[in-house]
Design a protein around this ligand. Structure first.
Ligand code: SAH
Length: 362
């Protein structure tokens, strides 16, 4: 752990306070000490648990969603099946298994996994070993490297891991929140005048009270814009699932989670996953400016119910032991209940402009 804190301290000592985005980027993606490079943050033993790790139903329903959307697109061959940030590869493995009955879709699909962590790429390769793909999967560091074909894109808890910049309102106007070294040697926030604030904080938030924080993820916006441009030009659809807010509003959502507990985001960097809530309005605007149509966001619970998670749970319970049946029911509740993941998590689709609303967005 000393490694990452020392590295950050040296950077700040030499260059001055760093943006929250630069901090997040280092903590998450540092090739040796970063969270995704140095540990497996998923699952009951890790820091947090994601929907595909809760239940196979999640990836299965998304696999069927992809097959249905592909047919509605006229069945393009090839179609790039893209996952952004596949984690352990559970979602895509469940999706491909559920799509087994859809041979033409699987025959057309070229799987492209966008993943920066070498360690997680290995996990993904293992997860896919049992799937019978007609074409071998390819890994890429960024969406830019994925061939420019018609695409079906899935991104679950990907955008929340992208770095955000934070701005804070003061009596003198918006300032950028930077991270500096405290007198005690730890990390703390400081405010600095910022030319970017003018461009990045919406004018509608001009009268927010002092202390208000506004977050922007330039990399999330750039990726949403690129998705919008590609989908408008080549056709296809993207499914973005994450926790976040429907409107661009003020709020400090930077959070760190270690072993399922919240943790100070500036304490012991590299030992906890650091994320921020997703601003769906900002992603939707960027995709729309790229030329695509935006559907939703809808609450995850509503989305999964309309895709038939109830029927899938019933089918799984039919052949199960009483213990397994209880687990299936509990997993469904966890994914759809408004008090659990059902409302905080939202689902947005981005499609070619003339495409009909995809399943779940009618
Ligand atoms: N979708 C998975 C994992 C979510 S965690 C699930 O639902 O379980 C975020 C994932 O995005 C990890 O696989 C992480 O390594 C990857 N990731 C984070 N930032 C990235 C970036 N800038 N480019 C590509 N992958 C990234």
């Amino acid at each position: 752990m000393g490694g990452l804190a020392d590295q950050l301290r040296r950077t700040i000592a030499h260059h001055g306070p760093i943006t929250v985005a630069a901090y997040m980027e280092t903590v998450l993606a540092h090739p040796r000490h970063g969270v995704y490079a140095s540990r497996d943050p998923f699952g009951a033993e890790g820091d947090f648990i994601t929907a595909p790790e809760i239940s196979q139903m999640f990836g299965e329903l998304i696999g069927l969603w992809c097959a249905v959307v592909w047919r509605a697109m006229g069945g393009p061959d090839p179609v790039a099946l893209v996952e952004l940030g596949p984690g352990r590869g559970t979602l895509i493995a469940d999706a491909l298994r559920a799509a087994r009955g859809q041979a033409p879709f699987l025959g057309a699909a070229r799987l492209h996994l966008v993943e920066t962590s070498r360690r997680l790429r290995d996990r993904q390769r293992e997860a896919l070993a049992a799937t019978d793909l007609a074409h071998p999967p390819a890994w890429h560091d960024t969406l830019d490297d994925v061939p420019d074909d018609a695409m079906l894109v899935v991104a679950n808890e990907f955008f929340d891991a992208l770095p955000v910049r934070q701005f804070q309102q003061t009596p003198q106007g918006w300032r950028e929140r930077l991270i500096d070294i405290d007198p005690d040697g730890g990390f703390g926030f400081t405010l600095a005048p910022s030319a970017a604030a003018q461009a990045l904080v919406p004018a509608s938030l001009g009268s927010s009270p002092p202390g208000s924080v506004f977050e922007v993820s330039p990399s999330a916006i750039a990726i949403a814009h690129a998705l919008g441009r590609r989908l408008a030009r080549r056709g296809g659809a993207a499914l973005i699932i994450d926790y976040g807010h429907t409107d661009s509003a003020a709020g400090d959502t930077l959070q760190a989670v270690r072993r399922h507990r919240f943790h100070d985001a500036l304490d012991a960097p590299g030992t906890a996953d650091v994320t921020a809530h997703v601003d769906f309005a900002a992603l939707g605007r960027a995709a729309g400016e790229g030329g695509a149509a935006v559907h939703g966001p809808v609450p995850q619970g509503v989305f999964l119910e309309s895709l038939g998670i109830g029927a899938r749970a019933t089918a799984l319970r039919a052949g199960a032991t009483p213990e397994q049946a209880r687990e299936v029911a509990a997993a469904r509740r966890r994914l759809v209940d408004p008090a659990e993941m059902g409302t905080l998590f939202k689902v947005m689709a981005v499609t070619a402009p003339a495409a009909p609303p995809p399943p779940g967005f009618a």
